[in-house]
Design a binder for this molecule. Structure first.
Ligand code: GCB
Length: 638
């Protein structure tokens, strides 16, 4: 096969096939699967069969129809844990760096009790990276474009009882100019240097493109007439909490025939307010508001919204955790429940040894303990939506979240095309649908460091931001994170809060900590002058290799990282009294990146190592955050 032909084939496999646009996944409410008296979940996490399609055109799986029978019948398989990234599980370098389709399958037996005609059964992937096609018993049932967010399909009529059922999933990690994040496939055509058909994936982001089934796969049941979606918007009036709710019913029913009972329960299970009807307002006198843990001794209070519906002989019940709180901004403040909130936290990644981006409860629990130990009261989900389990913890622990979509690396002209924009709008819809009821989420971030100086950026971000506002009924602030100069950016005017990344003393004037204060203060003041909006420094920092100490310090020593941070603190402490509403160090922990000469087995700007042990920087950050907590005595603010 000539080089030209192989190139064409790659282009076909990695782009056209990626976007067949079936769009058959459920597009409705997609409430998180929970066990209730009327619903049952079955977690299909475990060890699945796995094979990467290493054929030259990456298309053997489709040509040979691997989905038609058990994967082991069409070739060799290996054990692959779900959830997990597949990249770091084996000793095979070509699998770690693989680009293209990988195939998974597993069998399961649906319980006879589900055969009851009154049940719907739904198959849900909590997330898979990046493009996924799913078959059940050899029949294609859904596909989904994008990682980090759930997708699902009703499979009631596809299941067979009394014998095993097989789920097959093909997942492709290829990033193109129109995916989020975007990337490009580069074909190396010089046959003096590269084998025929050679290509590499170029990334426009600074983290490893971990791939696979990253979160749980679940089956869950609902009754035939079911609670499809719940939207909650809370408000406060003096000490009274108001919960506006709207319930969408799914199934073959007219909304008028549905009886709906809504109860709000406190932590003791006591009903504090009740209403009948699909849409109304609940009122709670002397309510416990949802506060960040640094603002109250009674923080992170979650009520339970118990929704019960019935229609004909069918009834459904769902319980949603609800926090009562408001978020507003002025030109110099973020207000939570009308009190000023100063965000002192971190930017994170979903990243750790072995499982890559696979959801991992011990790691999640450890990270929240570390956040509390640091005195951090917020984090940004840089640079993509994090797992529900992480967001649940934030709700429960009173840690505030800037919820970011995977719009990282929008830096090439093609990334601003209508095709990219359309996808970006859909992703924001999916993110808002998933997280709209979370009290911890105080702001949406639609992108990280886009080319906001391009003329196309104005229309693009105006559209994404206004669309996000229109789909979030609770009017949370919306932003994108900017690394361009105040004099070149033309798109932050649509943001409610200006979020800025800069690396004084690191990417510029490396080694010169003496210029940090001057440059940082000048930049922040210019931005405030330009936009007259509150500002968060969403990234700043320096890399350090744990264990390297140098005095006098130099870049990559722990000592240098400490000095860079401390110089920033001085300006933050000053501007916090004016318009600065937050600071977030880059990064919480060291994380894996693509290989490159400026990355030492990953990005080392963590204040913790990748194994979550503290560097010197973690101790001084802690001291700084605890001093903020003490100086603002935020507990007494309410
Ligand atoms: C940034 C990016 C982040 C990088 C970081 C760095 O501005 O937002 O993704 O990892 O800088 O360390 O270069």
């Amino acid at each position: 096969m000539g080089t030209q032909k192989v190139m064409v084939l790659h282009a076909f496999v990695l782009s056209v096939l990626l976007f067949r646009g079936c769009g058959c996944a459920i597009q409705d409410g997609m409430l998180y699967p929970r066990d209730t008296e009327t619903r049952e979940t079955k977690d299909l996490s475990g060890v699945w069969n796995f094979r990467a399609d290493k054929s030259r055109n990456r298309n053997a799986g489709f040509e040979e129809q691997w989905f038609k029978q058990s994967l082991f019948r069409s070739g060799g398989v290996i054990d692959m844990p779900v959830p997990s990234s597949y990249n770091d599980i084996t000793q095979d370098k070509s699998l770690r760096d693989f680009v293209g389709w990988v195939w998974y399958d597993r069998e399961f037996y649906p319980p006879y009790s589900w055969q009851n005609l009154k049940q719907r059964v739904v198959l849900r992937f909590q997330s898979a990276h990046y493009y996924t096609i799913v078959w059940l018993n050899g029949e294609e049932i859904m596909e989904h474009d994008g990682g980090h967010l759930p997708f699902e399909i009703e499979v009631t009529d596809n299941l067979v009882y009394g014998q095993s059922n097989r789920i097959t999933a093909a997942v492709n990690n290829t990033l193109t100019p129109h995916t989020l994040p975007p990337g490009t496939i580069e074909y190396k055509t010089n046959t003096d240097k590269y084998p025929a058909g050679y290509f590499v994936q170029d990334l426009q982001m600074d983290f490893f493109n971990y791939a696979g089934i990253h979160r749980a796969v679940k089956l869950y049941t609902t009754p035939r007439v079911y609670i499809d979606d719940i939207t909650v918007i809370s408000d406060i009036s003096a000490s009274t909490g108001l919960v506006n709710y709207n319930i969408k019913v799914g199934g073959d029913v007219d909304g008028n025939d549905v009886i709906c009972q809504v109860d709000l329960l406190d932590k003791d299970g006591k009903t504090v307010s009740s209403k009948k009807g699909l849409q109304d307002q609940l009122s709670v006198s002397k309510a416990h508001f949802w506060w960040p843990y640094t603002m109250s001794n009674d923080s992170a209070y979650l009520y339970t919204l118990k929704v019960s519906i019935s229609s004909g002989g069918s009834s459904d019940l769902y319980r949603l955790p609800v926090g009562i709180r408001t978020v507003k901004t002025t030109n110099t403040q973020i207000l939570i429940n009308d009190k000023p909130f100063y965000c002192h936290g971190v930017a994170k990644h979903e990243d750790s040894d072995f499982r890559g981006k696979g959801v991992d409860l011990p790691l999640i629990a450890k990270d929240f303990n570390l956040l509390k130990w640091l005195g951090a009261n917020c984090f940004r989900t840089s640079h993509y939506p994090y797992a529900d389990e992480i967001m649940d913890m934030a709700d429960r622990h009173g840690i505030v979240v800037i919820d970011e979509c995977p719009g990282v690396g929008i830096t090439h002209l093609e990334n601003f095309s209508n095709k990219s924009l359309t996808h970006h709008l859909e992703v924001m819809e999916e993110l808002v649908r998933r997280d709209k009821n979370r009290p911890s989420v105080i702001m949406w971030s639609v992108a990280n460091e886009p080319a906001s100086e391009f003329p196309q950026a104005r229309h693009y971000f105006k559209s994404v931001i206004s669309h996000t506002r229109s789909v979030d009924p609770s009017s949370r602030p919306v932003t994108f994170v900017c690394d361009h100069g105040y004099d070149s950016d033309i798109a932050t005017e649509f943001c409610d809060v200006i979020c800025l990344n800069s690396y004084y003393g690191w990417y510029s004037d490396t080694g010169h900590t003496e210029v940090i204060q001057l440059q940082l203060e000048y930049n922040l003041r210019q931005w405030f002058k330009k936009r007259n909006k509150p500002i968060i420094q969403t990234e700043y920092g320096a890399g350090s290799i744990a264990g390297i100490h140098l005095n006098p310090d130099m870049a990559f020593s722990e000592d240098y990282q400490v000095e860079v941070l401390q110089e920033h603190f001085k300006i933050f402490d000053k501007l916090r009294k004016e318009f600065l509403v937050g600071e977030m160090v880059w990064n919480f922990a060291d994380f894996m990146t693509a290989q490159g000469t400026n990355r030492v087995v990953g990005n080392r700007k963590g204040v913790f190592t990748r194994q979550r042990q503290p560097k010197m920087a973690a101790y001084i950050l802690r001291e700084h955050y605890l001093s903020i907590i003490n100086s603002t005595s935020q507990h007494s603010r309410q």
